[in-house]
Design a protein around this ligand. Sequence first.
Ligand code: ARG
Length: 497
Amino acid sequence: MNTQQKTLWGGRFSASLTSETVAFTHSIEVDTRLIRYDIWGSQVHAIMLARQGIISDTDLKEILQWLCKAEDDFQKGNFTLDPNKEDVHLNVESYIIENAGIEFGGKLHTARSRNDQVLVDAHLYIRDEILNIQRGVASLCDSFLNIAKAHVDTVMPGYTHTQHAQPISLGFWATAYISMFLRDQKRLQAAYELTNTNPLGACALAGTSFPIDRNLTTELLGFDEVQEHALDVISSRDFIAETLFALSLVMANLSRISEELIYWTTYEFGIAELDDAYSSGSSIMPQKKNADIAELTRGRTGRVYGALMDMLTNLKGLPLGYNRDFQEDKPPLWETFDIVKGCLDILPNLLRTTEFKTKRMAELVNANFATATELANYLVKEHQISFRECHEIVGWIVGELVRQEKTFLDLELTQELLKKKDIEIQIEQLKQILDAELALENNLSLGGTSPTEVNRMIERIEEQLNENAKHIYDCQTQIEEAHKETQRIVDEVLGKE
Ligand code: ARG
């Protein structure tokens, strides 16, 4: 075929497209990811047309035979998309027409439009990618779980305003991230549910007068339900915005871990060290060991947010029906999938191999008054002073110690300062009150830092992770079963075993 060939929609046109029109409008690079899905969608559509008596069994056989060949050729690298045919849909349809002849191949597009077809492809592809990402998030949670289990009572400073706040455990820190990612899983699941609905049969925007069976195509494509309203179907890309929003928050969370690892591995903090295999050096400074993976994760987050803004902006001015603007939904979304999957491929291993410096954590937690709140709480409980007054007293003591360049580790001085406020506490008792490990243990309130609570939360988290894994498995199975059933019908029609 030469480049001046007629397009499949060329009937009302008297001139061929200029090469710049072709170059400007085609979506071939992006659409390559959709070929397999476009073929599956076409197989199912053709099967439905034949079952409904809209095309004959002979038509179906011809169409399915060449759809299978197209898939085969694609796998072997013999079917590449041609920009002159604009997009994946016209490429696949042309392939069938060219090989089966227009008398057969020309029937595939009965009761269908590229407007519902592009949505079928997108729904099928996006749901696969959401599941891939959910698996990545689960693997990251596993890495955090290992850290949590090993460090339920490893004391470290907890921070607010990036200043020492109160003692926490490393396990408490790790389970916080798992709790965040479990919410990401919920959001991804919600996006999956919106995505796993069937747009096929909405046609151009108005449905069709052919007696199509949308329930059959829903079943054979493994969707949960029909997305009914034809005009709404064609106009909607909110499932993409929803997916991008869920992925933006995944990236926000990945970026926050990255940020913490970046400064935890600085000389100043020194509470973690990355494995050499997950770090980078400098071309000039021989001593450098940098957290490049974490920095790239943090740096790529903006691109994902950009994709979300892009989609939202695309949608805001569009009248109902198909608008070619929609074609622009794909490149940022594809890039987002690649970025998020890339981060989720490497971060679980990076975490698994990171060494946490527990001695340094203990040193830090005692160095800067992290147990001041415990002292105030003790005064409330044992000396019947209101919390606000205790806060004032302990604040004054801390101020004095700071001025004298001392810490709570100087128990005698602390005791003396308390005495000035008419409070008598024995040294042994004071030691206990200001002990970071005891402070950790005493926070037994629901969701608190105590190992008892952290262990309880770990159990709960494990249950949720298992439920999640089962859900991902069930979704995957539903997809695979539907694909198998489609292929069984195809084989049956083609007289294969
Ligand atoms: N390639 C288009 C897209 O990605 C779908 C085709 C619909 N095009 C059309 N002119 N009706 O959105």
